[in-house]
Design a binder for this molecule. Structure first.
Ligand code: SF4
Ligand code: SF4
Length: 482
């Protein structure tokens, strides 16, 4: 039976509840009155403290996703833009993935790292190689990484991951440093999550892949990941281990998107109900071509229109959660969904083990790639593109370093207060990027953007400090934050 507070996967992601939800959404997809009511409930409201959004339940959001009335769909997109603007403004936070090892004992049928793929070279970075990768990433301008690794207790034990995190945080090359390491590794024990927490990680990210249990078991025929309950309950263990910020995600294309969407929101509701804080981020990857993997064999793939609608509906349903898309998506698609709710993107990414050091911006090793990168631009090009399209590329990592995680982050965010920090932090970290890593064209465009945007800081004290900090950054000082 469905129970949002249960700690059992099959009760908080309850198949019967999802099927009922989908039937309800289908029955109401042309119910104008109900859809308007839902949109009204989700609209930002001004309060004494700032702006607040009520969010939506999985049932209400599923009705929006099913909505068949064109003008209400347009209203939905406008509302998603309005919410994005209210809580994230025009800032986009930048990050890069760092692949540590592609040794893996699992058999995920959609991933080339599965154990039965004997064609792919297996590689695990030494600490010296981690160092070289991190220097290459710092030299691009990155401050925030997501580390990725296959699951292999012999080759990639938790001690190896912890050693890599320590190495990454220790490297200060020229003006560079990695200030936040997010971790995307397999579901593990409370004890290991505690070790990751103590190592100072940012967000723990684990994609559910699919919430449909039967499909999940077929797509993961063997290996530890086969255990649906252990995987689905991982975020509860992570939070028990002290990790405040967790990131959810579904690999769209594996099962029916409406089912995944309802499951994803039920998972978010569960975290909020049990731990008092919802997911810090939600990622929306789509299945892509890779060595040994043909996306056409998965018949649930979604087109760009449905993808955009999913993003808009997530933005409306969970307004305070960051949303991430990767370089799996091409420039055109990324452009479209930025305004609808995406708040973080990767740039200049390599999805292979050891893909950064020793390669020029144009070179790209393919032998150990996890998936094809559709957006192959360099970080400088992505930054320039964001500026040209009216966004502020941000390298901010301030919240986590100021202890604003979990419910402390969410309570600030929920009244729109986070913007008093985000906007100046975005401009200051962009200024650092312009000084240290940008091409002359990007620097010129960025300087003009900062000059325009700085005056949008309304608090006079914050404005004064931010202007001084920008001057200090130009004079060689680094790492200011609100
Ligand atoms: S998705 Fe992860 S767990 Fe599955 S085969 Fe790939 S690396 Fe291993
Ligand atoms: S101030 Fe906090 S929420 Fe805002 S961009 Fe920086 S880290 Fe993110």
């Amino acid at each position: 039976m469905y129970d949002v507070r249960s700690l059992k996967a099959e009760e908080f992601i309850n198949d019967e509840e999802i099927l009922d939800t989908l039937a309800y959404a289908e029955a109401n997809k042309n119910n104008r009155e109900l859809i308007e009511e839902i949109l009204e409930k989700a609209a930002p409201k001004k309060t004494g403290k700032g702006v607040e959004c009520a969010g939506l339940s999985h049932r209400e959001a599923s009705v929006l996703l099913a909505c068949d009335i064109p003008e209400l769909n347009e209203k939905m997109y406008s509302l998603a833009r309005e919410i994005k603007e209210a809580f994230y403004g025009n800032r986009i936070v930048m990050f890069a993935p760092l692949y540590l090892s592609n040794y893996c004992v699992n058999q995920c049928v959609y991933c080339p790292y599965h154990i039965q793929n004997k064609e792919i070279p297996r590689k695990k970075l030494t600490q010296e190689e981690v160092r070289n990768e991190v220097i290459a990433l710092q030299d691009m301008g990155h401050k925030r990484l997501a580390i990725e690794s296959g699951e292999d207790p012999v080759n990639n034990p938790i001690e190896y991951i912890l050693e890599c995190i320590k190495t990454i945080y220790s490297i200060k090359h020229k003006n560079g440093e990695i200030r936040r390491v997010n971790v995307n590794i397999a579901a593990t024990t409370v004890e290991n999550y505690r070790k990751l927490h103590d190592a100072g990680i940012g967000t723990y990210i684990l994609f559910q892949e699919t919430y449909h249990k039967e499909s999940y078991e077929k797509l993961h025929p063997a290996g530890p990941k086969h255990n649906y309950a252990y995987h689905t309950e991982a975020m509860d263990r992570a939070m028990e281990g002290g990790i405040d910020d967790v990131g959810l995600g579904v690999l769209f294309g594996l099962d029916k998107y409406k089912y995944e969407f309802a499951g994803l929101l039920m998972h978010a509701e569960h975290l909020e109900a049990v731990h008092g804080v919802g997911p810090h981020t939600i990622s929306v990857p789509r299945i892509k071509r890779a060595a040994d993997i043909d996306p056409n064999v998965f018949d649930n793939s979604i087109d760009d229109d449905i993808f955009a609608k999913i993003i808009a509906c997530i933005r409306i349903a969970v307004p305070y959660t960051g949303m991430i898309i990767s370089t799996r998506e091409n420039e055109e698609c990324r452009d479209r969904v930025l305004g609808l709710g995406v708040s973080q993107i990767s740039g200049g990414s390599r999805t292979s083990v050891g893909g950064y050091a020793g390669y020029s911006a144009e070179e790209r090793p393919h032998d150990t790639e996890q998936f094809d990168v559709s957006d192959q631009r360099s970080l400088d090009e992505v930054v320039k593109w964001l500026i040209d399209t009216g966004h502020i590329p941000s390298f901010c990592t301030a919240c986590y370093r100021e202890g604003r995680t979990g419910d402390r982050f969410m309570s600030l965010c929920k009244v729109g207060q986070i913007q008093n920090c985000c906007h100046p932090n975005a401009l200051m970290t962009l200024q650092e990027f312009l000084e240290d890593y940008a091409s002359p064209e990007t620097k010129a465009a960025g300087e003009a953007l900062i000059a325009r945007e700085i005056n949008k800081v309304t608090n006079p004290k914050v404005l004064e400090r931010a202007i001084q900090n920008l001057k200090d950054i130009k004079n060689g000082k680094r790492d200011f934050r609100f």
